[in-house]
Design a protein around this ligand. Structure first.
Ligand code: CA
Length: 235
């Protein structure tokens, strides 16, 4: 075992923090549009629905900038309610992510422990480069990672092999020397396994039990990854 790669949203940062971020994006958009009369929680739900529908269609496909997908999702909601999306929507989005993103409490300690074992620690994420970099810098963890690989660079969304193979190349390790930690069985576990990497599913509440079979390991806390990796290193 020589390298550990992490997914970002839902794995290093919490889904709760991401929801709060998106709610604040909607509030900010409504403020700019002068439409604070609208129910921001209802519009947030609509935004999430539009955005998941668009992203579900894109799994495994050639990369489209997240900024364009998110803007399109917001545009659909705005059109339905008769206002327009501010031109600096992506800037608002980056700013809100930087303000409201929240790391899992054991994320930093886990990364440091893995690095102390001499491992390459990287990120493989379905995102635009400016998004992940802004976010990591705001969280103060940009320098913790040996490599950051985005689907934007690889040209394809997970579970396509592209992002995984590019990350392995950057780290200079073979697939069987690497493990991927993510929260989405269909994208993260399947994608990693397709290229010959081991996969760990982070499932804090045990909500994805019916899909555990797609993953090699399942954990409820990030820190459990340390023992899994130590066990693999002893083999
Ligand atoms: Ca994720």
């Amino acid at each position: 075992m020589k390298a550990v790669f992490f997914d970002f949203v839902g794995t290093l940062i919490t889904k709760e923090g991401e929801n709060e971020t998106h709610i604040n994006i909607v509030r900010e958009v409504l403020k700019r549009a002068g439409r604070e009369d609208l129910d921001y929680l209802k519009l947030w739900e609509e935004y999430e629905e539009e955005s998941s529908a668009l992203f579900n269609e894109l799994a495994g496909k050639p990369y489209v900038k997240i900024r364009d997908v998110d803007t399109e999702a917001m545009r659909k909601v705005a059109e339905r309610h008769g206002f327009s999306v501010p031109e600096d929507f992506w800037r608002i989005s980056l700013e809100m992510h930087a303000l409201h993103g929240r790391l899992f409490p054991d994320a930093v300690d886990t990364i440091r422990a893995l690095k102390a074992l001499g491992l390459h620690v990287g990120i493989i994420t379905d995102s635009d480069k400016d998004y992940i970099e802004t976010h990591l810098r705001a969280l103060g963890i940009y320098d913790l990672f040996d490599s950051i690989t985005t689907s934007e660079e690889a040209g394809y969304f997970k579970p396509h092999p592209g992002p995984f193979l590019l990350a392995l190349e950057k780290a200079g390790v073979k697939p069987e020397e690497a493990i991927y930690v993510g929260d989405n069985p269909a994208k993260d576990c399947v994608g990693a396994r397709n290229v010959g990497m081991l996969s760990v599913l982070l499932d804090p509440k045990g909500e994805k039990r019916e899909l555990w079979g797609k993953c090699d390991f399942v954990v409820s806390k990030l820190s459990e990854v340390i023992d899994i990796v130590k066990g693999l290193m002893e083999k």
